[in-house]
Structures are given as structure tokens and as C-alpha cells.
Design a protein around this ligand. Sequence first.
Ligand code: NAP
Length: 250
Amino acid sequence: MSPATSLSGQTTLVTGGGRGIGRAIALALAETGAEVVVNYSSSASAAAEVVSTIQDAGGKAYALQANVAVESEVEALIKEVLERSGRIDVLVNNAGITRDGLMMRMKTEDWQSVLDLNLGGVFLCSRAVIRPMLKQKSGRIINITSVVGLIGNAGQANYAAAKAGVIGLTRSTARELASRGITVNAVAPGFIATDMTKDLDAEGILKNIPLGRFGTQEQVAGAVRFLAADPAASYITGQVLQVDGGMVMA
Ligand code: NAP
């Protein structure tokens, strides 16, 4: 890691960092020398594995449980990070779920749970880190949205609405915080093989990917690391960086 892209001495928090894309993001941030807080909701052993992988490689990490859709749990999470680490430099809002179904039959609870976590969780975590970041006069917030938030997807009205909402939230927060040295950006993956996508029609989706292959968790993590750590990203805010093999060009 070149000194220019080092986050040595900094603390980063990845929501849902125990599995899938969040795990890859946690490992990529650890490579910058940053301390990584691995948040999880139910996957305690997966989060512990990420922490020991980072520690075995000489890095610093610890895991904290919190359901980031719940205000009191988010407040307690950020309080504990500040007590243990004394600072928070990078927040990656990665935690997300799907509860797919056609609009006509979508259950209100499936609408609500996806909005509560995928959009509400981003709001709660971002709001909670703003004060410490303002004090530090620096910070980077990176929200994981989806190309589905840009173009919609049949069977995912709840998920697409939440992910589109994340883009509006990203841009509004970016405008509010730009003068205070805090950048806020979104990363929009296309199709990445994880537990979330294992039941989807992969072959059908592949036809719509100009690069002709699916993305990897590491490729999404690379974009996040760039926005979090690269000095070149310090002049980027309010943007949506698509990591989608050219699936959506707008
Ligand atoms: P995944 O493998 O299903 O992992 C979901 C992660 O979210 C897990 O770490 C899970 O932790 C965490 N999580 C779920 N509910 C939570 C809660 N209430 N509080 C805290 N954490 C919670 O999904 P993924 O594919 O890695 O997705 C990661 C992000 O990328 C999501 O925001 C997703 O929408 C987005 N995305 C994925 C794709 C794709 O193709 N895979 C494409 C576009 C966008 P626990 O197991 O501890 O609950």
C-alpha cells in the first residue's frame, strides 16, 4: 500500500461486514492500514472470521453486533466505536436485504422491512457519524446502492425504491457536508455473486452485461476503497460509481 492511499491511524466501519460484499470491503479497507469495525446483525461467527483474517494479516479489527434498522442500536453502535477507537473516519453503509415480490402481491411488511434497513439504516448510521466527522473536519461516507435503484426491476419495487432513495440521500448529504471536508458517495453494483443473488436467473442477466461476465465482491470493494482512501477521491462527492460491467449506461 503506497503511503498516499494509506488509512493508517484511521477507523472505518462497515455495516454488514461479516458476509458477502461487506466482507470484501472490510478486507480491502484493512489493507489500507485502517482499523476496521465489522458490524453484523446475526452472523456473529462470520464477523469473527473477518476480524481474525484481518488480525492474522497484521491489521486491526473488531466486530460489533447491531441491527442498523433500529435507531437505538445504531446510536449504541456508534457510541461504542467512539469509546473504543476515539474516532470514525469512514462509514460504509453496506447492510442490505431483499424481500422480492410483484407489486400487486407485495406484502406491506416486505415493503417496510426493506425500506427500514436499505434506506432507513443508511439514514440512521449516516446521521450518527456526522457529529464526530464534523469535529474531525473530515470523513468519507460511502453508501452501497444498486443499478436497480437507477433503472428499476420487476419484482423488486421495495428494493429499487430503497436504493433510489439512497441515491437522493447520498446527494443531499453530500451537499450538506461538502463545506466541512466530508464527502458522501454511492457505489452501485450490478450483478455480484453473493447469498443475495444466488436464486436469481444468472444466465438471463448475463445477456445484459456488455463486459460479458459477472462482477466480483472484490471489484466492488476496490471501488469503495478508492472512494475511502485514495487522495484522488477527495474531490469526488455526491456521485454514484457504477460497478456493473456496463449494464447501465446513463
Ligand atoms: P448478502 O451476502 O446477503 O449480505 C448482506 C449483509 O447485510 C450481511 O452481512 C448481513 O449481516 C447484513 N445485514 C442484513 N440485515 C442487517 C441488519 N438489520 N443490520 C446489520 N446488517 C445487516 O448481500 P450482498 O450481496 O453482500 O449485499 C451487500 C450490499 O450490496 C447490499 O446493500 C445490497 O443491496 C448491495 N448490492 C448487492 C448486489 C449483488 O449483486 N449482490 C448488487 C447491487 C447491490 P448478517 O448476516 O449479520 O445479518
